[in-house]
Design a protein around this ligand. Structure first.
Ligand code: PLP
Length: 443
């Protein structure tokens, strides 16, 4: 038994989105990862019910990715992409372009590389504003998000995000505003798949237009399925309606697919799944199977072309990161795409979705469960909150599951599940069994 409780070894790492003092007094330490399992520092197996942090879609320890990265690092470790190029970045962008969503006259095969989901979001917002200006719509600088949205932690992302704890301490982008969220427990609890009620909430974008003027709004950004904020599945017809209103008013539609991109719902992108094509898509996580940090913004050709103006020697977009198109990340990404293609992982969630849905909904009778939401290989299980202690009950379930060998994720009192797309039916059964027992044990 490795007892690291309050060990000085834990002092220096200031952990993100973590209760540092609580964690350091009762640490949970992972050591290795293979397939569907982590192993902790004491050698216990932990079934990964969350694909790490929604990112390890092809499962852990993929040798193909490791050797591609190793080969790239020993061939060329780093090269700039500012006024310079290297093959692997162009190759990876081309490969991504081949699977990029297309529809409604748009093809989203122009790819801007970033280092993370947060960077992808800020990049997409900036591209949207720059594009509007480039086409003579320079008054469109306002960006619209949605309550309960999560778009990472950059200043742009928290401004359009809708989680109060991420926002209250920090100054925000002027002019950012929010649609109402789509969560309606009263009408939609225990919906299987997309809930029936709430398409009309998309009309909030009309309210924004009426309030601010369409000529001030550059873009609206939503997660097609909101993950980090508690798994909120879009009501039937909602995304279609939102896209139509955005189009009518010349507002760009951005789908934040940092979680839904790369097969989570059973199609390569949520955009494909819902049959709604936005103008920009933000991605990260499953882009490299989580192996190397990287993000990518997919832009429709008309956005890219709209910005390719002015003297040929002029930089069209004053934006980019040292690590945009990092060779090792591109190598990891290409190997990841190969695995997705060879193993059919971008559509595997569609094959498992019915079994997944039935298995997860069997938890309906567990103690304090007030809602269950499922789509593709995602689930949200909402527990009633203890009086004056939102999140405490789900946190107890989280620590209990970990002790019993299952990794889940909790936000408030919602338990979120998103296993690697290689999960077997037996492993789904195991997730449900360990989780059900833990929920029933929680007071
Ligand atoms: C929808 C969405 N957007 C953006 C992000 C931010 O990504 P990152 O943590 O890589 O910055 C996340 C992370 O969970 C996300 O779920």
């Amino acid at each position: 038994m490795t007892d690291l409780t309050n060990s000085p070894k834990l002092d220096s790492f200031w952990m993100p989105f973590t209760a540092n003092r609580q964690f350091k007094s009762a640490p949970r330490m992972l050591a290795t990862a293979e397939g569907m399992y982590y192993t902790d520092v004491d050698g216990n197996s932990v079934l990964d019910g969350t694909a790490g942090l929604w990112c390890v879609n092809a499962g852990h320890g993929r040798k193909q990715i490791a050797s591609a990265v190793e080969k790239q690092l020993s061939t060329m470790d780093f090269a700039p992409t500012f006024q310079m190029g290297h093959n692997i970045a162009f190759d990876f962008a081309t490969r991504l372009g081949e699977i990029a969503p297309r529809g409604d006259g748009k093809i989203l095969d122009r790819v801007f590389f970033t280092g993370s989901g947060s960077e992808s979001v800020d990049t997409a917002l900036k591209i949207a504003i720059a594009y509007q200006r480039a086409i003579g719509q320079g008054t469109r600088t306002r960006v619209i998000g949605r309550e309960r949205g999560y778009h990472g932690v950059g200043f742009g992302g928290i401004s359009v995000g809708g989680l109060v704890n991420n926002r209250r301490v920090f100054p925000l982008l002027p002019g950012a505003d929010h649609l109402r969220h789509t969560h309606d427990l009263e009408k939609n609890a225990f919906s299987k798949g997309q809930p029936e009620h709430g398409a009309e909430l998309a009309d909030d974008l009309e309210r924004m237009v009426a309030l601010h003027g369409a000529e001030t709004i550059a873009a609206v950004i939503v997660e097609p399925l909101a993950g980090s904020t508690g798994v909120l599945v879009p009501p039937k017809g909602y995304l279609e309606r939102l896209a139509a209103i955005a189009k009518k008013h010349g507002i760009l539609l951005i789908f934040d697919e940092v979680i839904t991109g790369f097969g989570r719902l059973g199609s390569p992108f949520a955009s494909d799944y819902f049959g709604v094509t936005p103008d920009l898509i933000t991605t990260a996580k499953g882009l490299t199977n989580g192996a190397i940090p990287m993000g990518a913004v997919f832009a429709s050709r008309h956005i890219y072309d709209g910005l390719m103006h002015g003297p040929e020697g002029a930089i069209e977009l004053f934006h980019g990161y040292t690590y945009s198109g990092h060779p090792a990340a591109c190598a990891a990404g290409i190997a990841t795409l190969d695995i997705y293609a060879e193993e059919g992982l971008l559509t595997r969630a569609a094959e498992l979705a019915d079994d997944w849905q039935e298995a997860i909904h069997s938890l309906k009778s567990a103690k304090n469960v007030i809602d269950i939401r499922t789509l593709g290989l995602v689930a949200g299980i909402e527990l009633s909150s203890r009086d004056g202690a939102v999140g405490a009950r789900a946190y107890d379930v989280f620590t209990d599951c970990f002790r019993k060998g299952l990794l889940i994720r909790v936000t408030g009192d919602v338990i979120a599940l998103s296993p690697p797309l290689i999960v077997s039916k037996e492993e789904i059964g195991k997730i449900v069994s360990i989780l059900g027992d833990a929920i029933n044990r929680a007071s």
